[in-house]
Design a protein around this ligand. Sequence first.
Ligand SMILES: Nc1ncnc2c1ncn2[C@@H]1O[C@H](COP(=O)(O)OP(=O)(O)OP(=O)(O)O)[C@@H](O)[C@H]1O
Length: 603
Amino acid sequence: MEKGTISIHTENIFPIIKKFLYSDHEIFLRELISNATDATKKIESLAALGEYKGEIGDTKIKVTLNKEGKTITISDSGVGMTSEEVKKYINQIAFSGATDFIEKYKDKKEEVQQLIGKFGLGFYSAFMVAEKVQLVTKSWQEGAEAVMWTCDGSTEFEITPSVRPERGTDVILHIAQDSEEFLDKYRIQSILEKYCKFLPYEVEFEGKVINNTKPLWTKNPADLKDEDYLAFYKELYPISEDPLFWIHLNVDYPFNLTGILYFPKIKQDLAVQKNKIQLYQKQVFITDEVKEIVPEFLTLLHGVIDSPDIPLNVSRSFLQADSNVKKINSYITRKVADKLQELFKNDRTTYEAKWESLDVFVKFGMITDDKFYEKATQFLLLEDIEKKRYTFDEYKDLISTNQKDKNDNLVILYTTDVEKQDTFIQSAKKRSYNVLKLDGILDSHFINTIERKLEKTTLKRIDSETIDKLIDKGESLSSALTESEKEKIIEIFKTASGRSEVSVEALPTDEFPITITLPEFMRRMRDMAKMSGGMDYFVSLPEQFNVVINGNHALINKILGIENTDEQQKVAKQLYDLALLSQNMLNGSSLTAFINRSLEMMQ
Ligand SMILES: Nc1ncnc2c1ncn2[C@@H]1O[C@H](COP(=O)(O)OP(=O)(O)OP(=O)(O)O)[C@@H](O)[C@H]1O
């Protein structure tokens, strides 16, 4: 028997391990099974190199629970360790890994919490749940003797000769009193299913193999059919609807990454969609929080990414700056864009049928990622109120003759609510203007993005100005009113509306006598503020609107002719209320007054 002291600087590391890893004790199992996997891979490599000449035999990794004895054992048939190796790898290497971790993060509890679950402490994470750990191991090397290493969580260890018929390692965890929850078989089962579902070697628990050792992403895309991808999607997300399509990722250089990304049917509630991508490293589940690893818009996708080249033992900000992560990001972004482009080019009808679900995704990408924007201009679809869809180029062609203003700027008209803004839509139709429907949750951001990107193009909501000002072609109609009549009518309507922003324009006679317009800029600021929060100033502003009088409308002329001031105000108020009504802005006591006045006028 040999006794010794583990040489470390920290007096007693275990209480610290426990304290720091408080939130995620369950990863001990992942760490130990990963070690078992590595040891199994090593024996296979040695055999392939011809160094190991014996049989590989059964490579199953077994997890055994002994509730009465309060132990959990993880057994593998990997390379095993000689007594010298135990001293080197377990006492020195494994320990220094744990010590480094604690040293690095002891003052940064929050950061540690974020990293937990992604970064393990390797072998020593066993002490998060065990009061004593035994390791019985026999090396693959000829003539090697089995040894047992025991450590009770202090800095002292013991190595004694032991018996183990075959090469490999058993790690026996004597579960501590405060961790007895891990003696529950359902708990172990669910931890295994979470982390080891796709491990490359069979993992057996309670007599059953719990994993699929050859998950779809490790296979050759050429050998796979649509059914395979759909079945794998169901395996990942049993309760989700079928995805729209998918991309199989496979790259070796300059980084290693495999995976399958699925495009789900996107609902309007974005928050629920996120965090469905699972990150694996060599088929071991790491996390489903991939925010820092893939561009934000891609978190709307589902599926699996497996890459050993994503560093996990760094903080979030470092992760985003990491050159591999950057390359991975642009690779995935490019692949996603290429896939959409290909679908659009090859089968536009099918693509359009899926557009409703793709809309949010593509726009999210365009808003947040410049590179994606460039590519997406080829396959983004704009939908008009007749439900016809156009690419950017098609749309530009469509409106280029009729919707240019006097400065040669293209004006794109849009509605956010076909029902409510119908009056304005009808006016636009009379001019044969096309109106886009931009009523999605991201559209207010999207509008700002495309306006910034497109040259000599502005977007205006259909009710932001009167029709001839929306697209100002510099051809004004002659006014039926004299200057003094104009002033008079403005005064009448200022009194009737109680507002100061009243103006007269010479509009066609068949346009409404009064129009309420909501200036584009202020409305956009309010919309954005509501969406993103934080810009309380804009949310708190009263709704800004302008009252525009159509000086050419017969009723306006009629009002000027009414001699009785009360009578004149009554008609003016009625017209103003009708304008409010058409903008859905008439409510409360004003609405009641309007109804009463209408009834009275009908008698
Ligand atoms: N089941 C095992 N069979 C053979 N060797 C093992 C086994 N478990 C651990 N080891 C040895 O002990 C070393 C230290 O293990 P530990 O898990 O602490 O670190 P690691 O696996 O090298 O890195 P990581 O921090 O990524 O887990 C391993 O590198 C390996 O050589």
